[in-house]
Design a protein around this ligand. Structure first.
Ligand SMILES: [Zn+2]
Length: 190
């Protein structure tokens, strides 16, 4: 559902450094070359996060943040100066296939590929499962190192629309959860 791509920052100098670094790393694999990415304030991830949705995605972001807050005991707030969340048309992944949601992250350059922060979240305007997609993308943003699960909300194509136990476990492996409260399907009719 989401696609994670490398992002080397907005500054041209960072991009040039990144290219040099990649070349160096290719020639000298042991060089351990990497570029630290300047992550803007409010774009960090962890048990306290701030999301800044546009008007169209405000309601699903608020609901998603509140539900993940209940499930994890973490503080996910909605306000200004945080990770942008926007609705877009014809959201596509790198392979040109349509996608419901997309979470872009700041990475260090190879070979470390360390995730530094969250760039933004996008939700497709025509997506029929926007709330579930929002919950799925928030999981990527909260725990960017977490792998997709086989089934459930955090499966590559989510199979449920609530925070199931397996997906919550996958998130809490990488996030310092202060609670562990999976949702029940009956809450959402899913
Ligand atoms: Zn995903």
């Amino acid at each position: 559902m989401a696609l994670l791509v490398a992002y080397f920052g907005e500054g041209g100098s960072v991009m040039r450094l990144a290219r040099m670094c990649s070349l160096l790393a290719a020639l000298l694999p042991t060089a351990g070359c990497y570029v630290d990415i300047d992550v803007p304030p409010g774009r960090e991830f962890g048990c306290e996060m701030l999301f800044s949705p546009d008007a169209e995605s405000l309601a699903i972001t608020q609901e998603g943040a509140a539900r993940w807050g209940n499930a994890t005991g973490c503080s996910f707030r909605v306000g200004e100066g945080g990770i942008p969340v926007t609705m877009t048309d014809n959201l596509q992944n790198n392979a040109g296939r349509s996608a419901c949601g997309y979470t872009r992250m700041f990475y260090q350059v190879k070979p470390t590929r360390k995730i530094m922060g969250i760039n933004f979240i996008q939700i497709d305007r025509e997506c029929p499962t926007q709330q579930a997609t929002m919950l799925h993308e928030l999981a990527h943003a909260m725990a960017p190192a977490a792998d997709h699960t086989k089934d459930g909300l955090f499966a590559e194509s989510a199979t449920v629309d609530f925070i199931d136990e397996v997906s919550l476990s996958a998130v809490c492996e990488h996030l310092e959860c202060k609670a562990f409260q999976p949702e029940s399907p009956s809450l959402t009719g899913g």
